[in-house]
Design a protein around this ligand. Sequence first.
Ligand SMILES: Cc1cc2nc3c(=O)[nH]c(=O)nc-3n(C[C@H](O)[C@H](O)[C@H](O)COP(=O)(O)OP(=O)(O)OC[C@H]3O[C@@H](n4cnc5c(N)ncnc54)[C@H](O)[C@@H]3O)c2cc1C
Ligand SMILES: Cc1cc2nc3c(=O)[nH]c(=O)nc-3n(C[C@H](O)[C@H](O)[C@H](O)COP(=O)(O)O)c2cc1C
Length: 774
Amino acid sequence: MRIVCIGGGPAGLYFGLLMKQAYPAHDVTVVERNRPYDTFGWGVVFSDATLGNMHRADATTAAEVERAFNHWDDIEVRIKGRTMRTTGHGFVGIGRKTMLNILQRRAESLGVRLVFDREVDSDLDFPDADLIVAADGVNSKVRARSVTHFKPDVARRPNRYVWLGVRKRYDAFTFDFRRTEHGWFQAHIYKFDEEHSTFIVETAEETFAAHGLAEMDDAASLAFCETLFADVLGGARLLTSARAAGGASWLNFSRLVCERWHLHNGKSHVVLMGDAAHTAHFAIGSGTKLALEDAIELTRQMSAVGHDAARIGEALAGYEETRRVEVARIQNAARNAMEWFEAVGRRYADQLEPEQFMYSLLTRSQRISHENLRIRDKAWLEGYERWFARRTGLEVAADARATPPMLTPYTVRDLTLPNRIVVSPMAMYSATDGVPGDFHLVHLGARALGGAGLVFGEMTCVAPDARITPGCAGLWNEEHVGAWRRIVSFIHARSPARFGMQLGHAGRKGSTRLGWEGIDQPLADGNWPLISASAIPYLGNSQVPRKMTRADMDRVIFEFVRATKWSAEIGVDLLELHYAHGYLLSSFLSPLTNRRNDEYGGSHANRARFPLELFHAVRAVWPKGRPISVRLSCHDWMDDGNTADDAAIFSAMFLDAGADLIDCSSGQVHHEERPVYGRLYQTPFSDRIRNEVGVATMAVGAISEADHANSIIAAGRADLCAIARPHLADPAWTIHEAARIGAGAVTWPVQYERGRLQYETNLQRAAAMGPPTR
Ligand SMILES: Cc1cc2nc3c(=O)[nH]c(=O)nc-3n(C[C@H](O)[C@H](O)[C@H](O)COP(=O)(O)OP(=O)(O)OC[C@H]3O[C@@H](n4cnc5c(N)ncnc54)[C@H](O)[C@@H]3O)c2cc1C
Ligand SMILES: Cc1cc2nc3c(=O)[nH]c(=O)nc-3n(C[C@H](O)[C@H](O)[C@H](O)COP(=O)(O)O)c2cc1C
């Protein structure tokens, strides 16, 4: 088989040598535009896991690479005059040149033909090849020639960065953050050989422009960075690589994904590999790993089809299918980390104290959690837990184990919650004429006994026609007041939990069947008329709502105010207004459901006009010492819908109006939504709103373990965590999760204390035995 690799970076060289090693009869050529042993760049980092994969693929190369590795465990963070350090993180760094030289030598020794100094313009330059590997980097000419086939999607990211070197060894992966009059800069610094470290400087586009860096030549640019980072450089000079994609040029990272990875050009099979196929931001340093693992996988697929030229297409299909999944996984993690660095100046550096800033940095990809940090550096994590607990007013002895973040108290206005876990509002469709009955008492009572700091009742409707279904709970008459009073009184008398009332109006999503009889489906009979911002039905078969008149608005405000006064009277501790999920108030905020051309539609200010008017009316009658939260759909998951940008704008408006918390949910505004689900998938909205707008937040959505909640609270991504479905499975979620992480800080009902010791002992025994074996 004749194989040509275009591009002699990690992907092209490694694939060439692996194929030659696997099947020496192959004729393999690697064509590179640079001269031999001449390349751009400084060091790259990757993990021990990648090295393990390399060992299995070719032990000789892996051993050489390993010998050249620089290993280190520490991360150091420098900000606002503080230098903080944690250990146990396990990185390896290697010079890009060293690495390529090893690959080149190994390739040559196996009989791979290396052609240097040759610029390839097209895959058609090698008509005799059976397989052409386009390993020609992120600006691949091969990919560009067949752009309509590969369909690359390139997203140019807003930050600027420059890849520099320094003749100085840092003994930790060092992040240095510096504030200037125009914004923040950060340096990512890591050693890669006996003398040198990589030094990447990054900043936001506005900051880059405001400093005039675009107009500076290399020398001026370097001088600027040397002055800015003089402290961490300690007299060392920054270096540019003559060929580092243009000296000291400042680049924008481009995130690349391709719809297809291979084709047949009429003569040869052509396949994309490494950066030509996909990119991952240097914030998690995985570009080289992906390139090498691509090469390993394609070799494996070729071996699986017996290195048979007639079956190359099959191997390429298998390669693409397998690698696509892994690449998406890494790109996802890289995206969170990249966005963290893009937002650092707007969101974290000024807002968070250095300790919490460091925690946020360490958990930026949302893949490293609180308990991962404990495994890596127990002493540091426990120190951080003590710091955090003290911040919440708890007293912690110097060597004592502190209350974990999710179990620390939280105070807002005059309300103090015993911990940060919230039973999220959940409609139970079990009320009669809006009256919550025994079911609600037992259901909510059990969850209050289960340890959560705040228990929400379900969306409680302010009028009969405000209900979603005939089974929804309400608060529009005296009977409702009495029924809710019974529940609130029970919770206050029998548990330390506080009670939250969520008031809502279903709007165009009303008059539908009970949840388990056909969600969002209109009633078979007995439907009531609906109102909404605009006369747009939810589903094709939904009732068409009436566009609200001013008189309708006045009536709805009256109903909310009435329910608010009653809530205050019966001792509700926190009021939440439901502005999410496509219900009445949400229908004003989203452009998908608000098509009005009066003063209640169009701009953000207009769309928020009625919702804010209602908010003010409620705030005016709600006791001053008690907080109000606002639940928002922070993303409509639709092309023309609201996004986190809009949610941030609305959050600022509600904050201004006196809201204490934004409860960051998403979606359910349009039935064709395409949400991107996943663990903690709505938490980034909370993180952004909390730290950019400066308002307390509640995170919700796929938070299912103490580890998740601790990570979110500790990082300052939210002040509270609302947990919904896990509380359906387990009313005592908080008690159980606290026991699982060995935290004693949660109150068990005295009546249940006798069960506690046995439960905790059993968990400890199970943990000591390790995972079950087969
Ligand atoms: C600032 C920065 C920091 C990074 N840090 C890390 C890190 O810490 N860890 C990590 O794993 N990755 C890191 N990367 C990414 C990493 O460098 C790439 O992901 C990796 O090199 C991809 O390998 P590749 O072989 O696909 O492409 P490349 O390494 O880009 O190699 C492509 C090769 O093709 C050659 N070529 C291109 N066009 C032609 C042509 N027309 N004809 C002939 N030859 C051609 C080029 O000269 C080059 O040698 C970083 C990248 C940047 C920009
Ligand atoms: C059965 C059920 C009923 C719900 N009812 C409400 C509700 O009344 N009000 C509301 O704002 N959200 C409601 N939700 C959404 C939850 O509060 C929560 O935002 C969502 O389930 C995501 O959290 P989770 O992943 O922890 O379940 C409901 C969810 C479920 C599962």
